[in-house]
Design a protein around this ligand. Structure first.
Ligand SMILES: [Zn+2]
Length: 308
């Protein structure tokens, strides 16, 4: 993969919240129930908060207390990621901003074919340790997530180190895959897919939760297929100069590493399909590939098939 160092990034699409912006939790704290709730807003929040990592990893999700350590503001991305800074693409925040720009430029074109209206651009918030969201307070242990209530993506970028060291997904292209998966949940939120799925089963091999997650993987694949077409803020420059098959393999490796069965095995337990929330490694890989091979989110109908 080669990023275009001349691309103008749209810094309005991400914020760096810095450290410990979680505050005191207050009335927002939504505890994650052990078995996963059924239906309603909490069901959706749970389904989305276990985004990517699912059971077995950092399910101490919502904390009610203060993380302590005070707060420190994040960087001004407008300065940090401007073309005036020659080292900007060495910074993970600017690279992730570029990925977010690419994913949303893709959806601006692809969404109208799926939805009834225009795609609604949303921001990604980079945080460290803890964060207050429209879905309650979260700490980094939950992994990246999308909050349907405030329509924002949240990620502690140290998650990628975790993904590399604990899950063996080392490649840089795991990063845009993770973001594209979360933006897949945003698309589902705009379409009303996740509200519908919130009324279905929240765990199990054929659950609404698994269908939602596999669809988000498929959407990520559809973006990956079209990513080199995506343009910068000016509409003139490509964001990526190239994406190779090796990059795509890194995304597939990441999808595979975080399958429910793999996570359950890694955490020392036996594989229990009743607790699946995201799909198996084989399924996650296959649905990413489905999106990538076809390059069309309309082929991501995980709700209308028996062949999950
Ligand atoms: Zn997810």
């Amino acid at each position: 993969m080669e990023l275009n160092e001349r691309a103008e990034l749209d810094t309005s699409q991400a914020n760096d919240l810095g450290r410990g912006s979680g505050g005191s939790g207050g009335g927002f704290g939504i505890p994650i129930p052990g078995g996963g709730g059924r239906g309603g807003i909490i069901g959706i929040v749970v389904a989305v908060l276990v985004a990517l990592l699912g059971g077995g990893f950092g399910l101490n999700a919502m904390t009610n207390g203060d993380e302590g350590g005070g707060q420190a503001g994040g960087a001004d991305l407008e300065q940090l990621c401007s073309t005036a800074n020659p080292d900007r693409l060495d910074d993970a925040r600017c690279r992730n901003l570029l990925y977010v720009n690419s994913i949303q430029d893709y959806w601006k074109k692809a969404y109208p074919e799926l939805g009834r209206s225009d795609y609604e651009v949303t921001t990604t918030n980079f945080f460290q340790a803890a964060v207050n969201t429209g879905c309650g307070q979260a700490d980094s242990g939950v992994g990246p997530f999308y909050c349907p209530a405030d329509r924002k993506v949240y990620i502690d970028l140290s998650f990628y180190d975790e993904l590399a060291s604990r899950f063996g997904a080392k490649g840089e292209f795991a990063q845009p895959y993770v973001l594209a998966h979360e933006y897949g949940h945003h698309v589902q939120n705009l379409l009303g897919t996740n509200a519908k799925a919130g009324q279905g089963d929240q765990s199990g091999p054929r659950s609404a939760s698994v269908r939602l997650e596999l669809q988000a993987d498929c959407y990520a694949g559809a973006w990956a297929r079209n990513a080199t077409e995506s343009k910068d803020k000016t509409g003139q420059q490509p964001l990526f100069k190239s994406i190779t098959e090796a990059d795509i393999s890194q995304a597939i490796d990441a999808a595979e590493a975080i399958g429910d069965d793999s996570i359950q095995e890694r955490s020392g337990g036996r594989v229990n399909p009743d607790q699946f929330t995201h799909g198996t490694s084989e399924q996650r890989k296959r649905w990413f590939n489905q999106g990538y091979d076809r390059g069309d989110p309309k082929t991501c109908d995980t709700f209308g098939t028996d062949q999950l």
